[in-house]
Write a protein that binds this ligand. Structure first.
Ligand SMILES: Cc1ncc(COP(=O)(O)O)c(C=O)c1O
Length: 453
């Protein structure tokens, strides 16, 4: 008998069902402005939650270590073909379990590690790079040598400094990719710098893959050797990742794809999550539709409108704005109010953001001077310019309100640590008013089930 009808979660485990329902309720009544968060379609989630979860498929299509691979082979081949087509690359690995292992697999596949460990060069964490680009706390700097490049005082990538450092340090791989950087990367300049220092160039497009697929951000494919991406951010798929090797990469080393594949399996992982790979295939199919282009462009134009309006309202932004899906608010001129006070106050109002360091931030990492704001999820709900103006108003009122009341409320760094700031902020009338407005807005823009048709 085929498996089709499943006992419902609610009857088997009401506790977990309750938590899932609560998550749905919260997502439905708040605005997700964390740039890495998105709302995947129910088609993606059905694939992820399907019986494909029961597969065990170590190896690659056509060369597995297990029998019973008719469907896993077909699923993985489909995802690979769709990714090749969408991004215009000749080699794709869809097995990495997430973005961090994908990056580590590239390094371990192409660098020696161990004694003559290779050297990577990535944007440093406080300037907007990712942990896996060589941050101190990450294995990427423990297994390999890591040297950073950074930004100028306004927060723009310092390409001249990068070039100079690359010539001096001779890294094996330069990583062009960001987690909290609002401006377009200059792929051509990265290529020139990599060529001059004879380094491979890897783009980590985790944040912007959906924008690239939708034509709202220039593709690095013609300039780089390797491209990694998560699948769950602007690309709107399930949590997972892909590693791509470009024509350029294969021309340099025709075994590059194989080396990376071997680094993923058996190097770092065992069995791939075939259910997730099916979800990635669905997301790639959705991203190839004309509607996705409209979406990607709207994500960027929403971020531009939101940023411009905040600036108009006197809020300081790193680099003054954005040309992507995100930007950073710099709170340093707001009476000492910190990123976590604002983020927690916003949360009370139903606006979900994350605290973030700003370039050259002197505040401690857990109490940084900025917040990061992004538009992928609210754009998936169908919001546009009018809603951005409203959200900017709310955010600006709250930031100015918190900063203005700081001394009166006795908000200080100690309060940041023991949570009393949050309690004080919860009592600000303005937050309650914004919360009511956010609930109303959310009712008009429910989270869609499907993005096609
Ligand atoms: C640029 C970049 N690379 C890699 C990652 C890691 O992805 P994951 O959290 O899936 O490990 C992230 C996640 O935020 C990212 O922003």
């Amino acid at each position: 008998m085929a498996i089709g009808i499943e006992a419902s979660l609610a009857s088997v485990d009401p506790h977990v069902a309750g938590l899932v329902n609560r998550a749905g309720e919260l997502q439905g009544t708040t605005l997700a402005l964390i740039p890495s968060v998105n709302h995947s379609s129910s088609a993606v989630r059905q694939a992820v939650g399907s019986v494909l979860d029961h597969s065990y498929s170590e190896g690659y299509p056509g060369k597995r270590y297990y029998q019973g691979q008719e469907v896993p082979d077909a699923v993985e081949r489909l995802a690979i073909e769709r990714a090749k087509e969408l991004f215009g690359v000749p080699h794709v690995n869809v097995q990495p379990l997430s973005g961090s292992p994908a990056n580590m697999a590239v390094y371990s596949g192409l660098l020696s590690g161990g004694e003559n460990r290779g050297k990577i060069m990535g944007l440093d964490l406080p300037s907007g790079g990712h942990l896996t680009h060589g941050a101190k706390a990450s294995l990427s700097s423990r297994f390999f040598d890591a040297v950073p490049y950074g930004t100028d005082p306004e927060g723009w990538i310092d390409y001249d400094g990068l070039e100079e450092r690359a010539q001096a340090e001779r890294p094996d791989i330069i990583v062009a990719g960001t987690t909290a950087y609002s401006r377009r990367l200059d792929w051509e300049r990265f290529r020139e710098i990599a060529d001059k220092s004879r380094a491979l160039l890897m783009a980590d497009v985790s944040h912007i893959a959906g924008l690239i697929a939708g034509g709202a951000y220039p593709s690095p494919v013609e300039y780089v050797d390797i491209m990694t991406t998560t699948t769950h951010k602007t690309l709107r798929g399930p949590r997972g990742a892909m590693i791509m090797v470009t024509e350029r990469g294969l021309n340099k080393d025709d075994l590059m794809g194989e080396k990376i594949d071997r680094a993923v399996f058996p190097g770092m992982q065992g069995g791939p999550h075939i259910n997730t790979i099916a979800g990635i295939a669905v997301a790639l199919h959705e991203a190839a539709q004309p509607e996705f282009k409209t979406y990607a462009k709207q994500v960027v134009s929403n971020a531009e409108v939101l940023a411009a309006e905040l600036r108009e309202l006197g809020i300081q932004l790193v680099t003054g704005g954005t040309d992507s899906h995100l930007f950073l608010i710099d709170l340093r001129n707001n009476n000492g109010i910190t990123g976590n006070t604002v983020a927690e106050g916003f949360e009370r109002a139903g606006i979900i953001v994350n605290r973030n360091a700003v370039p050259h931030d002197e505040a401690p990492a857990y109490y940084p001077s900025g917040i990061r704001v992004g538009t992928p999820a609210i754009t998936s709900r169908g919001m546009g310019e009018k809603e951005m103006l409203q959200i900017a108003d709310w955010m600006s009122d709250m930031i100015h309100g918190f900063a203005g009341r700081k001394d009166r409320l006795g908000i200080d760094r100690k309060g940041e640590r023991n949570g009393s700031n949050r309690r004080e902020i919860a009592n600000v009338r303005l937050v309650e008013d914004v919360r009511a407005g956010v609930i109303d807005l959310c009712e008009h823009f429910p989270i869609p089930d499907s993005y096609i048709g």
